[in-house]
Design a protein around this ligand. Structure first.
Ligand code: MIC
Ligand code: SF4
Length: 755
């Protein structure tokens, strides 16, 4: 039986009336996204015709999921909210802190010793406050959520940007910072700007070498890393219903890479099959009974232009396999063009390593299709030229693919199987030789490929592709190998072609697992004690941030003007730093160390206005903090793209940065900054970015009359005494202005509880 079935029953019982009320109020058919949004309005939220991309609306999500690297901060905040138990079903998943070095068992053992303190903390907090706890080795959060918790028509939030994966099961699942999760677990409303809607019609059917991954690689190429910002992407059409549920999950998962709030698909037979095969026939039966509300009204998909803000059509019959990269997930190249494009750009074409798996692509279907290629190595007398590695998404998938002999086939081509965890996808890959910083190419089926992300080497060119294509390229050892047309030389000197991959959507013998790795919380957790050692290097209880001083901000110094791409990986790097995710002061030593300083094009090297010397960003900022001087960070477009990690907002807050001023923000990061009491501003005129000089002293005025929709004014005083006055926009609503004034949203919850 499914977890939390009573909650699911309640959602479905209330859905028809809520959908009908919204349809009546708007007087038109509804998209699926609207049905789910309207049926999850918070009880205090009045039903009205909200403005897309304009109105802030309060929602009541059905559940919360957190992974270990973000859960620490989320739960440290929740502990301060003073509630005895979580208000909605919530889970914690231990997946980010396990290094990939030798192989699964050994690596897992190392992690459970190294991170014992953190795991014990998360387990005891979960036990005390009523959260489900998934032990290290159980799997990656999004795969475990898809297998156990996601349900069509539901709404969930998760402290990880790829929470959106659950859109594969027809949910609206949204990535957020820990402070948002804390609100919902504390029983408060969750606020989101009513999204715009992008409709993507999938014509035709996937065939041959083309996989669901290629759909999202193509979409990323069209929309770029910021094209989905503030929007929900809803997929429909024959190509959608003919695709597996887990394939849909892959597409939704990587929708995080276009900045989309989330992505989703209407309920169909593939979802019902997936629910049944993962032990949730009960959920499928409940969904069947309200099926008409779990997809858009027919008129919407017949005339999408009338109901979506943007419509894109992709023809799956002619869609080619793609590779996206290097260094950004939206640089899409069809495999047939790779030879020319790689040559023109000087990309290294020898593939050193192929990696499959991750939360994005480790379904039974993915693995079975990759296996169909691995089998051909022996059958056709080939050898695998590159190294090959697998990170299964969950213990259930791993156990099942082992039972079905897939792991044996992989081991015959020399594959390494790592723990069911994020591993290489988040820099937890102890890759031999990475420290030499050699220029090299890897291909993987993950979702992100920002510089240094997988192995810490800035010269690793990482390309994202489907597990099938990654496997073929690993066999060929060549980035420009097009398996549709090219041949390989076998041990007899013959030219052979790889047959197109084939596989099973779901295991014919069903899924199996011995120990899925789940630990239920105590019925009564009130006696459970959560201990944090004050001398710990990994965990630190949080002190409240100071409230706003009530005046304009004067003489802020420029800490850094970041040039170009500045993702959350650049602001708060992962990999080796993940171990400090529960200790705000220690992790603050990575503040902006990956950002490129506009003035000298170097990373982690900025000028201190106190000494005139150049130093690391954290050192420089700590010196300003010690001197009681506030600072400002300036950024380019889509600042804070990527992860949901709120450390990227808490670190600058903790170290005394007051303002982050950019050309534009990624959604989650902008909210995270607001939640932590920071000022997140954008240039009213983007050209003003050029007016910021290295030795500027900056005043922010207008704060005493800080109001929604009214820009603030910044006065830049340059070194030569000249000044520039510029306007900065903001998107704060009244509530968010209160967060700023209180010094952070948590200070308000704390007061409410105390009062
Ligand atoms: C990622 O894929 O970047 C991560 C690591 O899963 C992050 C979460 C984190 O930084 O802890 C994400 O996507 O939100
Ligand atoms: Fe883990 Fe990578 Fe998925 Fe993030 S994208 S949750 S790091 S597997």
């Amino acid at each position: 039986m499914a977890f939390d079935i009573e909650m699911i029953k309640k959602v479905y019982a209330e859905m028809p009336a809520k959908v009908e009320a919204a349809r009546k109020m708007l007087g038109r058919p509804l998209t699926l996204s609207e049905k789910i949004l309207f049926s999850h309005l918070h009880s205090d939220q009045k039903l009205e015709g909200f403005e897309r991309g304009g109105s802030y609306v309060d929602f009541a999500p059905d559940r919360v999921a957190m992974q270990d690297a973000t859960a620490q901060m989320a739960l440290l905040q929740f502990m301060q909210a003073g509630r005895p138990k979580v208000a909605v079903p919530s889970t914690v998943h231990c997946d980010h802190l396990i290094s990939a070095k030798v192989e699964a068992k050994q690596d897992l053992q190392v992690a459970t010793t190294e991170s014992k303190e953190v795991y014990d903390f998360l387990a005891s907090v979960s036990n005390k406050y009523g959260l489900g706890f998934w032990k290290p080795g159980a799997g990656i959060i999004h795969q475990v959520v898809l297998e156990n918790y996601a349900f069509p028509g539901g709404m969930m939030i998760g402290t990880d940007s790829h929470t959106v994966n659950a859109g594969g099961l027809g949910m609206l699942a949204i990535g957020v910072g820990g402070a948002d999760a804390c609100d919902v677990m504390a029983g408060l409303a969750w606020e989101l700007k009513w999204p715009k809607l992008i409709g993507i019609k999938l014509k035709g059917k996937l065939n041959g070498w083309t996989a669901p991954k290629d759909v999202i690689l193509k979409v990323a190429g069209i929309l770029t890393v910021k094209g989905g910002t503030g929007a929900i992407v809803e997929y429909f059409g024959e190509g959608a219903t003919s695709m597996s549920c887990t394939g849909k999950g892959t597409i939704c998962n990587m929708g995080a890479e276009i900045g989309a709030t989330t992505s989703t698909f209407g309920y169909d037979a593939s979802m019902s099959r997936y629910l049944s095969s993962t032990g949730r026939a009960d959920v499928a039966a409940l969904a069947d009974a309200v099926a008409e509300h779990l997809t858009a009204d027919a008129e919407v998909y017949a005339n999408p232009e009338k109901y979506f803000d943007q419509v894109i059509e992709i023809d799956l019959d002619t869609l080619e396999p793609h590779l996206n990269g290097p260094f950004t997930p939206d640089l899409a190249t069809p495999i047939s063009k790779m030879k020319e494009v790689a040559a023109a750009n000087g990309w290294p074409t020898k593939v050193e390593v192929g990696l499959i798996g991750s939360c994005t692509n480790s379904s039974y279907e993915d693995i079975s299709r990759a296996v169909s290629l691995a089998k051909q190595v022996a059958q056709k007398g080939l050898t695998t030229k590159a190294e090959y590695m697998i990170t299964p998404g969950s213990e259930q998938v791993r156990y099942t693919i082992e039972r079905d002999g897939f792991l044996d086939v992989f081991s015959q081509i020399g594959a390494k199987v790592f723990a069911n965890a994020c591993g290489p996808c988040i820099g937890m890959w102890e890759r031999v030789g990475a420290e030499k910083k050699e220029k090299n190419t890897i291909v993987h089926s993950f979702n992100r490929n920002f510089a240094k992300r997988a192995d810490g080497n800035p010269n690793t060119y990482a390309f994202v592709g489907s597990p099938e294509l990654v496997t073929a390229l690993a066999i060929a050892g060549d980035l420009t190998f097009n398996p549709l047309t090219d041949t390989l030389t076998n041990d007899k000197g013959e030219q052979v072609k790889l047959d197109a991959p084939t596989g099973d959507e779901l295991p014919v013998k069903g899924f199996a697992v011995e120990d899925a790795g789940y630990q239920a919380p105590a019925e009564d957790g009130s006696k459970v004690v959560v201990a944090v050692d004050p001398a710990s290097k990994r965990l630190q209880l949080l002190d409240p941030f100071a409230a706003w001083e009530g005046t304009d901000l004067k003489s802020l110094r420029l800490l850094i003007k970041a040039k170009g791409k500045c993702t959350t990986d650049h602001i708060s790097m992962a990999g080796p730093w993940l171990k400090f995710r529960g200790h705000l002061d220690n992790i603050s030593n990575n503040l902006l160390i990956g950002a490129v300083n506009f003035f000298n094009e170097k990373t982690d090297n900025v000028k201190s206005q106190l000494t005139g010397n150049y130093d690391t960003v954290p050192n420089t900022q700590r010196a300003y903090k010690a001197a009681g001087i506030g600072t400002i960070v300036v950024g380019d477009e889509n600042y804070g793209e990527g992860s949901s990690r709120e450390h990227a907002a808490m670190e600058p807050r903790h170290l005394g940065v007051r303002v982050v001023l950019t050309k534009s923000f990624a959604r989650i990061h902008e909210t995270n900054l607001k939640k932590q009491g920071m000022l997140a501003l954008t240039f009213a005129d983007k050209a003003d970015y050029d007016k910021i000089q290295e030795d500027d002293s900056i005043d922010v005025t207008g704060l005493t009359s800080f109001a929604p929709g009214t820009p603030l004014t910044l006065v830049l005083t340059h070194k030569d005494g000249s000044t520039d006055t510029i306007k900065a926009n903001h998107t704060y609503n009244q509530q968010q202005i209160e967060w700023f004034k209180a010094g952070g949203a948590l200070n308000i919850i704390r007061k409410q509880v105390a009062g």
